[in-house]
Design a protein around this ligand. Structure first.
Ligand SMILES: [Fe+2]
Ligand SMILES: [Fe+2]
Length: 492
């Protein structure tokens, strides 16, 4: 198996420095790149380009700091429309998102070509034509619904992590266009926050320079000046067109360059509270990806803590289990909803992709200094005592108690949760299934711990016990009424 990130994200070497919030968000931004279909490092490279633009126009220091974090987290809302995108287009949402970034939506031919390519690609012509017509009947509404959900959810996540209102507004408005034809609110000109205008041009420069080269990127920026982009920012971007050293650092020295910027804009040390907030936020990002597993990470986290406490873990070890529960499925952000939400059985090839998700979790989390132990626990959540799990093929001798706790919590939620396609299993049936695996695939003591807490219940309440309200800083607020309408509506 190739190492997905090895060439892109060297492990930090400055181990004497305290862990910074930027290091954590920088590493986790890879998960956002995966779910938005961008080349790995997209968010980090966009951050460097946007910060250079900020420098060119003399952005004040306080705003520069907010811009830095906003650019790293700009795609935090990307998972919130993935299921809906699959439901409407009927194709791989990750590929559709990747391609959407290089389409000029004001060009009808480009928009039609995109729709023809990504609408029900596996279906008969008639079904494809019907679906395209229904999308074409109100293309603005479809696009608005995707962007409204993505931008607002991203902004809410930024607030929940404590990045501040300016960073949240930057994320909310980064797809607005200078001529007022962007999304989600069609605001225009200098009514668009300056940081959002910077983010808009920076992400375009990144996508086109990585995909087609720097010349093509600058040509796109030039032709979209005054339509998509603030003309003053287009001019500022041209001021560093010939700075080869800068563009080399964007493509090949991203991590070091980001570290320098972090130090220059005032490093924010990662505190226990801020790490908890980030874990909560990314748990929510993962849970937003598919209605089939909504709230799964937060519930698994809660069950893992319950088992841990029942087994006598101390507070620090229980807190580690909580974080591992929130982040264990972060690798699922790399899996298309065409697979996660597929109405029928998966093919062998699709199973291979699904079974790779703990590997992606390992690769993403393993980049964070101080997360080594959490990474080991999270990466082992599908391993089994009898060696029948995946992806490492570990067995009883390899699986320590922390790993067993998380594996058990994960299975318990998979069996007991309400799902869009079925009701929750009765608790008697859940424990009958778990008991068959006790001491064979799953740890018997962990199952006993769950049984002592839930064995007398008939069914798990639909939204899980109130215990699972995050204990750390404020969680993202609930979706607004408009967002809620955009949630995938699938038959139960
Ligand atoms: Fe998993
Ligand atoms: Fe899971």
């Amino acid at each position: 198996m190739t190492n997905l990130l090895a060439n892109l994200l060297p492990l930090p070497t400055d181990t004497d420095m305290p862990l910074s919030l930027a290091e954590i968000l920088g590493a986790l931004s890879y998960a956002l790149d995966l779910t938005s279909g961008q080349a790995l490092g997209h968010a980090q490279r966009t951050c460097l380009i946007g910060m250079r633009l900020g420098q060119e126009i003399g952005l004040p220091a306080a705003q520069s700091s907010s811009l830095y974090y906003a650019l790293l987290m700009k795609d935090a809302g990307c998972s919130s429309n993935a299921a809906r995108m699959f439901e409407i287009f009927g194709s791989d949402d990750i590929e559709a998102k990747r391609a959407s970034k290089i389409v000029d939506w004001s060009n009808l031919m480009e928009a039609l070509k995109y729709a023809a390519h990504h609408t029900l690609p596996e279906s008969p012509l008639l079904a494809r034509a019907r679906r395209m017509l229904s999308i074409a009947a109100n293309p603005g509404a479809v696009n608005h619904s995707f962007m409204h959900s993505r931008c607002n959810r991203g902004a809410q996540i930024a607030l929940a992590i404590g990045l501040g209102q300016e960073a949240a507004d930057c994320i909310r408005h980064l797809d607005e266009h200078w001529n007022g034809q962007g999304q989600p609110y069609q605001i225009k000109g200098d009514k668009i926050p300056i940081m959002a205008r910077i983010a808009c041009i920076a992400q375009t420069l990144e996508v086109f320079s990585t995909t087609f080269g720097l010349g093509a990127a600058y040509e796109v920026v030039r032709t979209r000046s005054r339509r998509w982009f603030d003309p003053d920012l287009v001019q500022a971007a041209h001021a560093f067109r010939q700075d080869d050293r800068f563009w080399q650092s964007v493509q090949h020295g991203t991590q070091a360059a980001l570290r320098c910027l972090d130090l220059r804009t005032g490093t924010r040390e990662a505190t226990e509270t801020s790490i908890d907030s980030v874990c909560d936020a990314f748990g929510q990002i993962v849970d937003a990806k598919s209605p089939f597993t909504a709230e799964h990470s937060s519930r698994v986290s809660g069950y893992a803590v319950e088992i841990a406490e029942s087994l006598g873990f101390d507070a620090a070890r229980s807190a580690l289990m909580r974080r591992a529960g929130l982040l264990h499925d972060i690798g699922k952000l790399a899996v298309s909803n065409a697979i996660l939400d597929k109405p029928g059985p998966l093919t062998d090839d699709e199973w291979v992709i699904v079974r790779r998700h703990p590997y992606h979790s390992q690769q993403i989390l393993g980049q964070i200094r101080g997360f080594e132990r959490l990474t080991q626990i999270a990466a082992a959540h599908h391993e089994r005592l009898d060696g029948t799990g995946y992806f490492q093929g570990l067995g009883a001798a390899d699986l320590d108690l922390d790993m067993r706790v998380l594996a058990c919590a994960d299975v318990f939620d998979a069996l007991s949760a309400h799902r869009p396609y079925r009701d929750a299993l009765p608790m008697s049936k859940v424990f009958a299934i778990l008991d068959k695996d006790a001491g064979i695939a799953l740890d018997a003591d962990c199952i006993a711990a769950l049984k002592s807490r839930y064995g007398d219940l008939e069914l798990m309440p639909p939204s899980g016990p109130p215990l699972f309200i995050p204990k750390s800083a404020a969680p993202a607020p609930p979706l607004s009424a408009e967002d809620d309408l955009l949630r995938p509506r699938r038959a139960a």
